[in-house]
Design a protein around this ligand. Structure first.
Ligand SMILES: [Zn+2]
Length: 337
């Protein structure tokens, strides 16, 4: 029983922490997952939750520390990969959140790897989902509170100098725009196409009062504070004029952003995930049509295939597990230490 035949993965988001253990064959049927809310009491709350969830799974599955080959952590960034900590993240509550030190302190002697969540996601898709002929050049795009990306180009995961490559959501699609992004700049892609952006643009348009918004206001029973991207997409489906305009803008800037991504990385396939993909039936078909029928308006390169990831909420966790596998087998997709 002393075989090191288990991988541990963790995915840390602003709302949920997911931890999974899987046999080193990474067979989906051998994966056990536990989740807990992301506590923000102090800067060690997150690492403590990760360690508790790992211990719970170990106990349930009868896994001992000696059975664990490696621990991979995927987290919302930005991250300092060397120090193994998150810095300046607006959603996790503290300026610096140490992960490597407290987790390796609880589980000493086990190899530990850390990566930002979108970079993890594209690794997860590479191993669990992408087809053989496309997998050397794939991009993952999450459209959620913000917009983030992960890129595998020529069979290499792009990390950049500190592990934060492919911050595509802050690409400027309208630099002279009056609309500010959370990052402080103007006209970032996520100002128009993220959940936060869609909500903010709708609230502005409501103030201006140019478009009819009866259906949207009826959905939220007149309470403007209840409006989120979800209600805006629903109202657009039901014919609300204001919501249709906001959704059209969201889709237009998705095309702009995707075009830039394909110009930069010349990818075979882009996989989409994130909370906004709950409305993928409204979002993706017009974008797919544009890139099939008239891609040149948005990209000079041959257009990529556009797909919804089937891994859903597990995509980051699957990526964390894949990171452990690729690191331990010294797969050149991920950089060597
Ligand atoms: Zn920005």
């Amino acid at each position: 029983m002393n075989d090191r035949n288990y991988f541990i993965g963790a995915d840390i988001g602003g709302t949920w922490i997911r931890v999974g253990a899987c046999t080193s064959d990474l067979k989906e049927e051998n994966l056990t997952i536990k989740t807990a809310p992301t506590l923000k009491e102090n800067k060690f709350s997150i690492s403590s939750t990760v360690c508790e969830l790992i211990s719970e799974i170990m106990e349930e599955k009868g896994i001992s520390k000696e059975n664990i080959a490696g621990i991979g952590v995927a987290t919302a960034g930005p991250i300092d990969m060397e120090k193994g900590e998150v810095f300046n993240n607006a959603n996790l509550g503290f300026k610096i959140i140490p992960l490597k030190e407290p987790i390796t302190g609880t589980f000493p002697g086990i190899p530990f790897f850390i990566i930002n969540d979108c970079n993890a996601a594209v690794l997860g898709i590479h191993y669990f989902e992408a087809e053989e002929r496309e997998k050397d050049n794939i991009v993952y795009i999450t459209v959620s509170t913000g917009i983030g990306g992960g890129v595998i180009c020529n069979s290499h995961l792009l990390l950049g100098k500190e592990g934060n490559a492919a911050e595509i959501g802050h690409g400027k699609v309208a630099p002279k725009s009056p609309h500010l992004c959370n990052c402080g700049a103007r006209g970032c892609w996520e100002v128009y196409s993220s959940g936060t952006g869609v909500r903010n643009r709708a609230l502005e348009q409501l103030e201006e009062g140019i478009y009819n918004s009866e259906i949207l206001l009826k959905i939220v029973e007149g309470e403007v504070s209840k409006i989120t991207a979800k209600e805006i997409f629903q109202a657009a489906r039901e014919g609300d004029e204001l919501s249709k305009k906001i959704v059209d803008d969201c889709i237009f800037y998705m095309m702009v952003g995707i075009g830039l991504v394909n110009n930069f990385y010349d990818c075979s396939t882009i996989f989409f995930g994130g909370a906004m993909m709950k409305d993928s039936e409204q979002l993706l078909p017009p974008i797919i049509k544009q890139f099939e029928e008239d891609p040149i308006q948005f990209t000079i390169n041959h257009p990529p295939k556009l797909k919804l990831t089937r891994l859903g909420d597990e995509v980051g966790l699957r990526g964390a597990l894949t990171l452990v596998k690729y690191k331990l087998e010294k797969n050149p997709i991920v950089p060597l230490e």
